[in-house]
Design a protein around this ligand. Structure first.
Ligand SMILES: [Zn+2]
Length: 601
């Protein structure tokens, strides 16, 4: 089987494959080494080559057994030809129609069926002389054609007109756990690079530290009390315009890929305005499971893998689904929302994102249980922090993979990105864990980054000192050149740097029977100070310049200032239009999932 020519041709195939990739990369733009997509493409090429080569080897062996071609020597020659041509054929189809999801299957089937016969025919025509040379010549010709077509495609003018917009929401991600916000232990290279290239807002706050209310505010630029989504599993009221609707009405393709039951369409109605709202958070709902695997089998496999009713999906599945969508042919610009949920508890990062000692899933689960129950030794806080950081690192890597996908689809230079967190996460700083219980910095400070991957973002006239999730929709609409609806309460940040205090609320969920859930709280925050008002009328006051960690409540010492801020808070609160009484109907499946996420006891 390992005929000399066969091996020669295999090596030729590898060299030719690398040459195709190199010419492609050189053709598309210099300097190529900067692009992570370059590495991905080479890896893809090598994998494609290995798969096709192995398949043809098998195929040739089967052919020889079946004695289909009469000329015995033609078989290895045919296989050699196939080994050279198949990866190139794969590339030809893949590069010509990047949207063709089945291109590699088609290439394999067509190539596998035809190539040995073509090879045999070639050998016969050449009367078995100089077959290796003929094969190399055929390969070289193919290479020439492919390079020419790649160059032609490259010189084709890019689609003129409007930019694409990408909103990435990072669930449960504290700003101070990213490298670009000064965390020395961070492994967040992709978000850090985005912050370095674009605009990073140092002080960004969410208005309510809970997933559904926070996202409803981002999508509408309205206060939680106006959206009608005050808690998880509440539906956005029908009469307020959404960011996605604005984009859809302006002729954009709109799609969302979300990762948790707390933002599923049936629970929140956040799908309004999206052509595609991919909120499949369990394998049996099947968008991301292979069409070749029966749903019943997929479900069994997932049950074996994890016995809980999964209410979330990991970052790699979100990125996979979004990249598949990117590859579909479309003429219109797009608005996409990607929601990554991994940093949410339980903190169970994949093994490669934590040190070896914390990689085991049973151990990770035990650490999470101990953390939830307040048990465990002095090492526990460190271990929990390491797991949380691991989830953020995993999410960051998957965001990077999505950017590589954008690059490969040649969309990166025409895409603007806004990254924002929906809320933070407490680790006992003020006696509570998780989120949705208090209005201290650990729960409401989030990352907020805007970056034009094409590099033409207008400079900030004067960076606002403090921004909130209210500013997400107006900022994106303004950058897209679309009108900002008058009822939106936030600012277009690249136009308006006026200092605006943040008015935040925390509403305890009656279904969440947690001892940390006390009564409603309201907060009024400027970059310099914060007032937290409790339902019983008590207030806390923090001078953030002196006490950025909010450890020293000085309400008693500053009664006059407290009274002023309380009055200011009342003015803002009076200006918040209340929603009609919101409805909350939760089906049993959602109840199970919310329970699995710890939102229901
Ligand atoms: Zn959340």
């Amino acid at each position: 089987m390992f005929n000399r020519r066969f091996l020669q041709a295999a090596i030729t195939a590898a060299i030719l494959g690398a040459a195709v990739e190199a010419s492609w990369q050189l053709a598309r733009n210099l300097p190529v080494l900067r692009e992570p997509a370059w590495l991905t493409a080479v890896a893809d090429a090598l994998v494609a080559w290995a798969i096709t080569f192995a398949l043809f080897w098998l195929y040739a062996a089967l052919l020889r057994r079946s004695r289909l071609p009469r000329d015995a020597e033609a078989v290895p020659n045919a296989a050699a030809y196939a080994a050279v041509s198949a990866p190139l054929l794969w590339y030809a189809i893949y590069r010509a129609i990047p949207a063709a999801r089945l291109s590699w299957v088609v290439a394999l089937v067509v190539g596998a069926s035809a190539a040995p016969f073509i090879g045999a025919a070639l050998a016969s025509i050449l009367r078995r002389r100089n077959v290796a040379n003929a094969t190399a010549a055929a390969g070289a010709l193919l290479l020439l054609v492919l390079t020419a077509s790649a160059l032609l495609e490259q010189t084709r003018p890019a689609e003129p007109g409007r930019a694409n917009f990408l909103l990435i929401t990072l669930d449960t991600t504290r700003a101070d756990r990213l490298g670009c916000y000064g965390y020395p232990k961070a492994r967040t290279a992709n978000l850090d690079r985005l912050a370095a290239q674009g605009a990073k807002f140092d002080r960004a706050l969410c208005l309510e530290p809970l997933t559904a209310p926070s996202h409803a505010t981002m999508m509408t630029s309205l206060y939680p009390e106006t959206t009608g989504v005050l808690l998880n599993a509440m539906r956005l009221r029908a009469d307020v315009p959404t960011l996605a609707e604005r984009f859809r009405d302006a002729g954009y393709a709109t799609a969302a890929f979300v990762a948790s039951c707390t933002v599923q369409a049936r629970n929140t109605a956040l799908d309004r305005g999206f052509d595609l709202y991919d909120d499949a958070v369990t394998p049996r709902e099947g968008y991301h499971s292979s069409p070749l695997v029966p749903l019943a089998v997929a479900e069994k496999l997932s049950m074996l893998a994890d016995d809980e009713n999964r209410g979330e999906r990991p970052a790699d599945e979100v990125t996979d689904a979004a990249i598949r969508w990117l590859k579909q042919p479309r003429r219109r610009p797009f608005f996409i929302w990607l929601h990554y949920f991994d940093p949410h508890d339980d903190y169970l990062p994949p093994a490669r994102y934590v040190q070896r000692g914390l990689a085991g899933r049973p151990l990770q689960k035990r650490i999470n249980e101990n953390w939830a129950e307040g048990k465990g030794g002095p090492k526990l806080p460190k271990r929990i922090a390491a797991l949380y950081d691991g989830e953020i690192a995993f999410m960051d890597a998957e965001i990077g993979r999505f950017f590589a996908g954008l690059e490969r689809a040649r969309l990166a230079s025409r895409t603007l990105v806004l990254v924002v967190g929906d809320h933070g996460e407490a680790f006992g700083e003020h006696g509570t864990k998780y989120h949705g219980f208090r209005l201290y910095g650990e729960e409401i400070r989030v990352p907020f980054i805007v970056c034009d991957l094409g590099g033409s973002l207008p400079a900030l006239p004067e960076a606002p000192l403090q921004v909130t999730t209210l500013d997400v929709a107006p900022t994106i609409l303004d950058l897209a050149g679309l009108p900002v609806p008058r009822n939106m309460r936030g600012r277009a940040l690249f136009r308006n740097a006026d200092p605006t205090p943040a008015y935040c609320i925390c509403v305890p969920d009656p279904l969440r029977k947690n001892k940390d859930a006390v009564g409603r709280m309201d907060a009024f925050a400027t970059p310099e100070e914060k007032l937290i008002l409790h339902a019983d009328g008590n207030a806390e006051y923090y001078d953030l310049a002196e006490d950025p960690e909010e450890k020293d409540d000085s309400a008693r010492e500053r009664p006059a200032r407290v009274a002023e801020l309380r009055a200011a808070l009342e003015v803002v609160r009076a200006g918040v239009e209340p929603s009609p009484p919101p409805t909350r109907e939760i089906d049993s499946d959602t109840m199970d999932k919310l329970r699995a996420l710890g939102y229901i006891k």
